[in-house]
Design a protein. Structure first.
Length: 392
């Protein structure tokens, strides 16, 4: 049994609103928020450098906590200011040559696609979108056939931002390992929502954020880089934390994943993010996944019953992100009307899911993303509000 009373008691705002925007930024639970505020108060009272020294143990626990969460070593974890920058630090470390290929998915996150295209223009790299299978996820059989001697990197988003599908990352990892191709996983929407074992998945690098399903602070992120790859990659940017200046003409890069970090960090956020990892593990990632998936399945069922509304999620496995559209109202209008009723959703559009949306003939959707502290009653209220908005 999931202790929903405790989950909501430790989520202070949830009685004042319905928060269905957890794929954007979730509500921080009190243990994480309290850690963040206590750290900032110490900085105010004692100074930033002094507080970092006083809280050194808590800051170091960040690495151990995420090593446990992801089933890796502490030396394979880096703290980065957000998931996009974490992903960038890994991706831009690869030295591409003319004719190299990057394999990705049709559902890939737009920011990542921009980075691929930038390197393609710089170095003459070919960007290849692996086709979808019948479920709308990456076709792993096609992926295997598309790998050749020019393939330099396989890079995918585990859970795309604009729909409910979960890409089969483990199957991708198996193919990548068999072919000897490095595998970069964008786990921005999956970390904290489902169990993530980087060894079992077989990814060589994975990026994640604090603010979404981990329920940590904004402006926090992390990067996993396997020990097999960490010392083979030179980050695109270095400072005196990532490297040591040993003479006026020489420097040495730090071993392990910390070479991908910056000296200046959001230390309060780092401490709180470590607590967020511990908090998620205390609930149990399997239990979290089970509850989120059940709530999302219920919401899809109820939305399907509303006349004129179309659920647009793809995937054989579907997660806590639920997307839909209707001809009766625009997504921004629906979002605004829901906000008047203290219900939070988001409206993905633009470049974030451009390749997938164009492939499916979509332009703008409503996204309701659920977490374990949400309830069946909130789903009922949400659907009643939608029906009222559409009938107005």
């Amino acid at each position: 049994m999931f202790d929903i009373d405790r989950a909501r008691r430790e989520t202070r705002a949830c009685e004042n609103l319905i928060h269905f925007n957890n794929a954007g930024s979730s509500l921080m639970p009190s243990p994480i928020s309290d850690t963040l505020h206590a750290f900032l108060t110490k900085e105010e009272e004692f100074g930033g450098y002094e507080t970092a020294h006083l809280e050194e143990a808590a800051l170091e626990r960040f690495y151990a906590s995420f090593a446990k969460l992801l089933n890796c070593e502490s030396s394979e974890i880096a703290y980065v200011e957000n998931a996009t920058r974490a992903w960038d630090m890994a991706f831009y470390s690869f030295k591409f040559n003319q004719g190299d290929k990057i394999l990705t998915t049709i559902s890939e996150y737009g920011s990542n696609v921009i980075a691929y295209l930038q390197q393609a223009r710089r170095y003459g790299v070919e960007l290849v979108f692996v086709p979808n299978d019948d479920y709308g996820q990456i076709d792993v059989e096609a992926l295997g056939k598309m790998i050749d001697g020019r393939t330099k990197l396989i890079s995918i988003s585990h859970i795309p931002t604009g729909g409910g599908l979960v890409n089969p990352a483990k199957e991708v990892g198996k193919i990548a390992k068999e072919a000897g191709i490095p595998f970069l996983l964008d786990a921005c929407q999956s970390i904290g929502q489902i169990p993530l074992d980087v060894k079992d998945i077989g990814c060589d690098m994975a990026s994640g954020t604090g603010r979404k399903y981990l329920r940590g602070p904004r402006g926090t992120g992390l990067l996993y880089v396997s020990k097999e790859w960490a010392n083979r990659l030179e980050p695109p940017m270095l400072d005196q934390h990532a490297a040591n200046l040993i003479s006026p003409s020489q420097y040495e890069i730090e071993p392990g994943a910390k070479r991908f970090e910056n000296w200046e960090q959001y230390f309060a956020g780092k401490a709180a993010l470590g607590v967020a990892a511990d908090y998620a593990m205390a609930w149990g990632l399997e239990a979290i996944q089970s509850r989120i998936y059940a709530l999302a399945s219920l919401l899809r069922t109820k939305l399907t019953a509303i006349d004129g509304l179309t659920v647009t999620d793809e995937g054989k496995e579907q997660c806590g992100i639920v997307t839909f559209m209707t001809e009766q109202k625009t997504p921004p209008d629906i979002k605004a009307e829901l906000a008047k009723r203290r219900i939070n959703v988001s409206t993905p559009a633009g470049s974030g899911s451009l390749v997938s949306f164009q492939h499916r003939g979509l332009s703008h959707l409503v996204r309701a993303s659920l977490h374990y502290f949400n309830t069946e009653k909130e789903i009922e209220t949400f659907c009643d509000a939608l029906q009222e908005i559409l009938n107005a």
